[in-house]
Design a protein around this ligand. Structure first.
Ligand code: HEC
Length: 151
């Protein structure tokens, strides 16, 4: 009986201490404040932002190296192989057509080939030759050639 009482007393003391401690710690926590504009700016600066896709000298060289034999040195669809193909290579300076295609469609055509976007299979797939970054920059380069964006 004595043991039981002692036990009960210990539990009450323990509980009271806990409740007090919790109450105190809650009071001690300062109310959450929204971050200041400066704090937000600092975090944004530290977080790596996705690089905007750019057309570099590498992009132009890649185009000359892999695409120009069909699409032509200036992208007009008049490369040295053009007349041997059953479907003529697309003229990349023709805004009227390229405005009807989204960047994703152009990306897919280059990565997975003409067939993947309902076009001719003589437009090869470049997924095993070119990195995705290079393909994205080729899409930007084609947008430069046609001086157009998707409508
Ligand atoms: C072997 C010749 C050949 C080569 C090399 C080639 N293409 Fe093509 N490409 C074609 C042909 C042909 C078409 C037209 C397909 C059609 O209209 O059905 C085409 C179409 C395209 C299109 C338009 C797809 C659409 O939506 O109509 C894009 C974009 C394109 N090529 C990009 C490239 C890029 C970038 C390269 C180089 C990495 C490249 N091509 C290399 C033959 C080629």
């Amino acid at each position: 009986m004595i043991i039981n009482r002692k036990f009960l007393l210990t539990r009450i003391i323990l509980l009271t201490t806990l409740v007090t401690a919790c109450g105190q710690s809650e009071q001690a926590t300062p109310a959450a404040k929204p971050p200041t504009q400066q704090e937000v700016a600092e975090v944004t600066q530290q977080t790596p932002q996705p690089k905007p896709v750019q057309v570099t000298e590498d992009t132009r060289q890649t185009y000359q190296w892999y695409c120009s034999q069909c699409h032509g040195i200036k992208g007009k669809g008049d490369g040295i192989n053009a007349k041997l193909l059953t479907v003529p290579p697309r003229n990349h300076t023709k805004a009227a057509y390229l405005e009807t295609r989204t960047d994703e469609q152009l990306f897919e055509a280059i990565k997975f080939g003409g067939l993947s976007v309902g076009r001719a299979p003589c437009m090869p797939a470049w997924e095993h030759t070119l990195e995705e970054d290079a393909i994205h920059s080729l899409v930007r380069y084609i947008r430069e050639l046609c001086d157009c964006e998707a409508l």
